[in-house]
Design a protein around this ligand. Sequence first.
Ligand code: PHE
Length: 447
Amino acid sequence: MAERETWESRLGFILAAVGSAVGLGNIWGFPFQAGQNGGAAFLVVYLAVVFLIGFPAILMEFVVGRRSRRNPIDAFRELGHGAWAVAGIVGTFTAFWILSFYSVIGGWVLRYLGGSVTGAYFGDATGYFNAVATGPEAVALHAVFMLLVIGIVAFGVEDGIERSAKVMVPSIVVLLLGLGVWASTLANAGAGYEYYLSPDVDVIVNNIASILPSAVGQAFFTLSLGMGAMIAYSSYLGRDDSLPRDGGIIVIFNTLVGLLAGFVVFPILFNLGIEPGSGGSGTAFKTLGGAFGQIPSGELVGVVFFFVLLLAALSSAISLLEVVTSFAVENTSYSRPTVAVGVGALVFLLGVPSALYSDYLMWFNLLAYDLFLPAAVLLLALFIGWVYPSGAVDELTQGSGVSATFNTVWLWFVRIVIPAGILLTLVLGVQELLVVGGVLESAVFLG
Ligand code: PHE
């Protein structure tokens, strides 16, 4: 086996991890989840979940990754608990699974980027979406998106992932800020902010049973948890980094980008009198696409918006491919480029049904979001909290200088709060399933 790569710098790791976290889930999913779940009410619950469950959970993945310096499956054997590799297997499988339809959506983004330049979707946004979202062309663009992802991962951790993140992540932030400033100039922007930022306590209390599962799912998804991505990325990390500090930066940064996306999306919707979160799968493309067709300088805004979305989707997709690639590179004699192409081709094939039939995409997404992802995080929490606590705390302490109190509090969050949150979510999710259709609405991050 060739010598294992590492990040060139701590900043490189942070940018790559932020790149993984910031994706379709933030810019697409977050504002629309908020729109479907009462706006600011969702925001409040989501923020609580991100810091109480998401932050301790990302540290669990960092601990496993850095301590083992292995891919997310072999990591557990390296730590002396081979049976728990099941947690890594579920995660790696989920990464493979999610990438298959994530890439189909990436293909849509490519399509809309082109469509913004030519104005193709401006006249009839819904008709356009229905025409391009599924079919041979969607398959072709899914292939193009996967080729881009494979191209980056094939170059390796430092030359591919780290280098691309250093360009993509700052670009995302700058362009999104620009869009936010532009959106603030729209008439009625204030109503959008109001909907987004002033929570109604009654709405929270009355809807907590549906808000909570959505918030937990969204928090895991957006922080790239439960798919081995953060295990894989932290496995290339040096011992002298502070995991709590890096984790905190990544969580805060990711949250800010999600918030910022809301500052772009809600003024646009309120400017045009569009009900936030209305409609089914793909609404995001339809409503915003329609909005760009009506709004002054919509062409330019459309190009910038979909370009930001493309960068965000790419920098996330590479982390998903890296999960599977790192496993295959460390367990076969094939070179990284060969593995990246091979795994990428399999992911492409798995995604073809989603590119042909929207029902497949919805079910792929639903299973991942509601089942695989919480299951993987739950397994990891049980492992860290009850099977491997002292090793985990030891690793968390390396290079961090945090107090013993921090470690203890973290451990109890891992032992109790994370599993309780996930179990509650699963129960509420099933209950919601009984409300026909309700679960589909809230679980599909496409809106
Ligand atoms: N966090 C990404 C997003 O918000 C999605 C993702 C999940 C990426 C898991 C990698 C791993 O879109």
